[in-house]
Ligand binder design. Structure first.
Ligand code: SF4
Ligand code: SF4
Length: 142
């Protein structure tokens, strides 16, 4: 396999600005795999049907969190996540998603949305790719 453009790793450290929990053009959806639905329902003390009715919508066959402009309803005033322990895989793995890892996307819209890009330690390429692959598999398995 050819080496990725970031073979020395990608610099990233979350500044906890909450920006990725707000709507930004195409970054307006949090897709939920079945495991996410189960974890969030349990965390909130709701059964599946009640959780789906209260917090979700459907987008082209996918269940997504209902994100009301301008932010996820679970984002609190201190930029913290109210469901942090049960937050969806998509939130856990940002910004290391496969579709973010080509150079133009990483240095363009991803860096624009996320001030943590280019900060902090270098995350090794193997770790970045492992997170991205693991996230893809999570959604494929749902
Ligand atoms: S946008 Fe980036 S720096 Fe801000 S909370 Fe999200 S991951 Fe952290
Ligand atoms: S679930 Fe939590 S981490 Fe995910 S978008 Fe909402 S507030 Fe952010």
């Amino acid at each position: 396999m050819p080496k990725p453009w970031f073979d020395k790793g990608l610099q990233f450290k979350c500044t906890q600005c909450g920006n990725c929990c707000r709507t930004h053009d195409q970054y307006a959806y949090v897709y939920l795999a079945e495991g996410d639905v189960a974890a969030l329902s349990e965390h909130l003390g709701l059964d599946r049907a009640a959780f789906l009715a209260r917090h979700c919508q459907e987008d082209e066959g996918w269940i997504t969190l209902r994100i009301d402009e301008p932010a996820c309803p679970f984002l609190n005033e201190e930029n913290g996540c109210e469901v942090y322990e049960a937050r969806p895989k998509q939130c856990r793995s940002w910004p290391f998603w496969e579709e973010n890892l080509d150079r133009a996307t990483w240095e363009g819209p991803v860096a624009k949305c996320c001030p943590g890009v280019g900060e902090g330690p270098l995350i090794p390429a193997e770790e970045v790719l492992r997170i991205a692959r693991d996230t893809e598999r999570w959604y494929e398995g749902s």
